[in-house]
Design a protein around this ligand. Structure first.
Ligand code: GAL
Length: 377
């Protein structure tokens, strides 16, 4: 039977480690504390501590990942994702650190799309386009939550949000859920589901920034990246896909074998100039379990990404400018973090050749993305 935590005091739930035979050392712990309030709604910080003693912290503001700490190859534990110490930080110009973005992740050209001949117009928040759902997208709303301790499987936090018809200009009342699990093997698993009562467009992702040397410890240009994608979608000067799907072979976008992110980023390649660096959707081969790997030679930490989505937006923090301070006052520098946003392709509602992002009444969207953290020499 599921056990739910509902009261607002700090609650510690310990799952007894007896019978857990994978060489781990502690009990699984789940706790929550106040993180502030917004529009009369309580905002909480939930901490999941697995049997390795590593923690994932989440808030229901934006269903956001706030903190992930994992060891390096020498056993030093550090937080490797961008976040703020309190809700205030998220309310002051947060560039989607760790949040869920929706209803439509990435850009929709000029904030317009049509469904069955009816045109919809969205707010423009990334001139001349709509970015990440719009100015008050799902990253900025307070989600309902349940902390769930199952008899089988992993402890989890279930975030739910009811998005009303025409919210930010999108048709249909939607019910959306993002479930986060944090396993004893340092895997963060996000399971998304969504329904609508009118035909709409839908594209959801998590926008976590990662620096495997520790969040706020310089840039990520030394990280080695593999993306199992033989093609990517080039963009125009406003970062809207041109509609082409072009092979990565022979370009600085070929990450089919590991390359340092900084290795070719300065090459005079037009797509790197338009993107101000890497800020592109890769068309995943989707034929291997692991779709992307990031490795830091400095700390030995790696992150593997697995998804059932057709694309991943690789963004390397080109818009960060070092003015933002997060946990422990650390500065998040230009190219100080990278995002691997698993999703459908940007601007799909206006790109008939791309996989469809239409969601109809009666259909349930379901998708899983996994981030696995480990170390190697
Ligand atoms: C990314 C997007 C970038 C930038 C960033 C937020 O998902 O690809 O162009 O908008 O979000 O600053």
């Amino acid at each position: 039977m599921k056990k739910l935590v509902r009261n607002s005091a700090v609650v510690i739930l310990a799952i007894l480690a007896s019978g857990c035979g994978n060489g781990t050392k502690e009990e699984y712990k789940m706790s929550k504390e106040s993180f502030g309030s917004l529009d009369g709604k309580e905002v909480v910080l939930v901490t999941l501590t697995n049997r390795q003693g590593n923690t994932l912290k989440l808030t229901n503001y934006g269903a956001t990942v706030v903190w992930i700490d994992v060891p390096d190859r020498d056993g030093n534990v550090d937080n490797i994702t961008f976040g703020f110490e309190d809700l205030e930080g998220y309310l002051n110009g947060d560039p989607y650190f760790g949040s869920i973005v929706g209803r439509y992740a990435n850009r929709i050209a000029e904030g317009k799309f049509s469904i069955d001949g009816k045109e919809y117009t969205l707010a423009i928040n990334n001139d001349p386009n709509t970015l990440h759902g719009g100015p008050e997208g799902w990253h900025s709303v307070v989600w309902d939550y349940e902390i769930v301790e199952p008899e089988e499987g992993n402890p989890a936090v279930h975030f739910r949000y009811k998005s009303p018809d025409m919210e930010e200009g999108y048709p249909g009342n939607m019910e959306v859920e993002a479930i986060y699990e944090w396993t004893d093997d340092n895997e963060m698993i996000i399971t998304y589901s969504a329904t609508t009562d009118a035909s709409t467009v839908f594209n959801i992702t998590n926008h976590a920034y990662f620096n495997l040397n520790g969040a706020g410890s310089g840039d990520i240009l030394d990280h080695e990246l593999t993306i199992r994608a033989a093609a990517f979608t080039p963009v125009n000067e406003t970062l809207i896909p041109t509609g082409e799907i072009i092979p990565v072979a022979g370009t600085p976008f070929d990450f089919t074998s590991a390359h340092r992110i900084g290795e070719r980023i300065g090459e005079g390649y037009d797509q790197l100039e338009l993107g101000l660096g890497y800020d592109h959707n890769f068309v995943l081969d989707n034929n291997e379990k692991i779709d992307a790997v990031v490795y830091s030679p400095k700390t030995g930490r790696y992150m593997e990404v697995e998804t059932d989505q057709p694309g991943v937006q690789f963004y390397c923090g080109n818009f960060l400018d070092g003015t933002m301070r997060g946990h422990e006052g650390k500065v998040y520098n230009y190219r100080g973090g990278l995002c691997l946003e698993t999703q459908h392709f940007p601007d799909s509602p206006n790109q008939p050749e791309f996989p469809s992002t239409r969601l109809d009444p009666g259909d349930t969207f379901r998708s899983v993305t996994l981030y696995r953290f480990g170390v190697r020499e």
